[in-house]
Design a binder for this molecule. Sequence first.
Ligand code: UD1
Ligand code: BG6
Length: 759
Amino acid sequence: MEKLLVGLKRLEYRGYDSAGFAMDDNEKCEDDDDDDEEEEGGDKKRHDAKKVIVCREVGKIANLEALARKELFGEDDDDENEVKASKSKSSNGRKKSSSSIKPLDFCASIAHTRWATHGPPNKINTHPHTSDSRENEFVVVHNGIITNHAPLRAMLERRGMKFETDTDTEVIPKLCKFLSDKFEESGEKDVTFRQLAMEVTRQLQGAYALVFKSTKYPGELVAAKRGSPLLMGISDDSGEVSCVIDGNLSDGAEEDVLLKKASGNKKRKSMTGGAAAAPAADADTTTTTRITTTTTTTTNNPKVEFYFASDASAMVEHTKRVLVLEDDDVCHCHDGTYKIYKVEKQKHPHPGYTSGHDSPEYGLYKPVVLSKEVERTIETLEMEVESIMKGEFDHFMQKEIFEQPEAISSTMRGRLVLDVLGAAERVMLGGMSQFAATIRRSRRIILCGCGTSYNSAIAIRQLFEELTELPVTLELASDVLDRRCPFFRDDTCIFISQSGETADTLKALEYAKAKGALCVGIVNTVGSAISRATDCGVHINAGAEIGVASTKAYTCQIVAMVLVALSLSEDSRSKHTRRDDIMQGLLKLPGCVKECLKMDAILLELAQELKEEHSLLIFGRGFNYATALEGALKVKEVALVHSEGILAGEMKHGPLALVDKHMPIIVVCTNDGSYEKQQSVVQQLKARDGRLILIVSDDDTEMEKTAPDAVILRVPKVEDCLQAVVNIVPLQLLSYHLTVLRGHNCDQPRNLAKSVTVE
Ligand code: UD1
Ligand code: BG6
């Protein structure tokens, strides 16, 4: 339970409406006492069928932990470590003192943290979902969304199954039970857990990362994936892992086992920091799973552990050896071994279940899904546990804001090449070099993303246009799909995503690929779906970003795209000086961001002044229109204060009507090509008594004359196209302090998720 809870805590940033887990009890199932040696699927059962405890709670993982300790172990809140023996029954009827708990010889457990999409965040809708909440014969955790859950539910209800939740997920364990019974009726008694899970997933449409557990298949777990991210981690003290290649094991049949050494040095892409990758899903979000078994390892080490999770943060404390499951992979863990199968593509069964010979609804039904065993490369995570801990900081958001100087350096490391004197000489992007010529020949460049990632595209558009001399358009990923906008073979589409898993961005990428466009990724999470699906790209190497409000990923995305723009224009003689200025500017950037962070106390003071306000306007233009949008997004998403980022050129076309002496207005007017126009904006706002806060360059002397009553925030001056990286820092700090002062949670803001893996 400890491992499950810690895993869930590491993934809490992805979903925090509610959480739950299912694990083996050490009591046997009532009808299982005498059948330990019963033949099953040509194999002998070596594990007793244990009852399964399911525990769920609304809110944070801490609530689940408190409930579990109280209900399952009789511990109370005041003295968590002191176990009180208690006779009263828990909701599972399983309450016991820890002194009565015997260690299990194997353990297959699942857990989940939910971000609600189907049904409110209450206890009933919390995962794991079960085939029947009394017996818990089949339990399932799911990250994703089942789009045909309604006809499936109708079919199962017609066949007498009673549903207990509002979720799309519940059809999955119910289908397990329904099909399992069907197979029994049809005389198919040897159906394995894997085959059953494959038959179930055959009926599903939508996206899923699933882990199945069952009292019918004790000690086993099956994981399946399509669309939603799923990693598997392998932990074995010996450094080796055994894998059954051929069929089932019987007691003492080690000689039948072909051993596959899964060593970490088969690295294809090493995985770095990105924790994320997901929401999740339907909401729900993430899945942490643990199986510990005691047999068939190559060494005397009796303990092998397999972990499944939506992202690496849940398992990095236990293992750095992971493999990324691909769509239509099904992984079966039992007896200290794992095997991965690829389900063969087939026609989808009729989603409405009204008729058709492949519907399981009527008559006898036999397993039909074919699969073949596949190997997946084991990779070594480069992530360190510390990167997903808060360390000396109070919040992840604060930590990630302060990490920006180092994160920006990491983005540039090895890519901004220096000469002997330490000046920047050229840009080298390993992953892009082969594609640079094709991109230069494109008809246009399309920058596409969601949320903060989209704002980073806005920040970089002007420089892309300037350096590549190609038309550059911006697309919100969801809008690409809504409009089915025209993409062509000679387009280059750049997809920007911190997590690399955002459903809209991923779908837009699939759409662009289908249209034949060259697809490039700017992604933080190595191994994520977008990173893998793009033709080429750049990992921003910002390290894990846990706070839901993106901060360091934003600045690093801009820096990565500056590098891309520089590398695409390296042959241009006319741009030589400009390119050189930008490269030298990049070298100074981490130091300038560090300078900005020294303004923390000033921003705290400003936040104190603004904390009761209901609205905040931010004006920017040119390179800093993005700063206005991103600053406003930060303020609204975490401080829960209405805020609008406005293109200053549009001020007279509506926003000016909102201006009075009460309205706080931030104007970004650092010294670049837009400076004079922004000076005029400031004058006009002042003429309407606006309460002004001005972000100006450190050497500016004019603005305080223009608006002597304004609060002036001075930031280091950098090359115009890099200024957005510096200017956002005071706004990040302001939104952080506003949030804390207003008593809100900046890391897990209301209703939001870090990775939105549902459309
Ligand atoms: C790579 C290594 C890095 C090593 C460096 C040494 C990885 C992940 N990175 O970094 O550890 O220090 O070489 O030269 O192994 N890609 C996409 N889509 C994306 C992002 C990246 O297809 O969204 C591709 C790239 O085209 C490239 C590969 O993934 O083929 C790695 O990209 P990236 O990490 O950015 O490359 P390097 O900086 O060369
Ligand atoms: C969510 C996150 O809305 O998704 C944002 O809360 C993020 O922080 C957005 O900007 C897009 O996510 P990603 O992972 O594609 O950059």
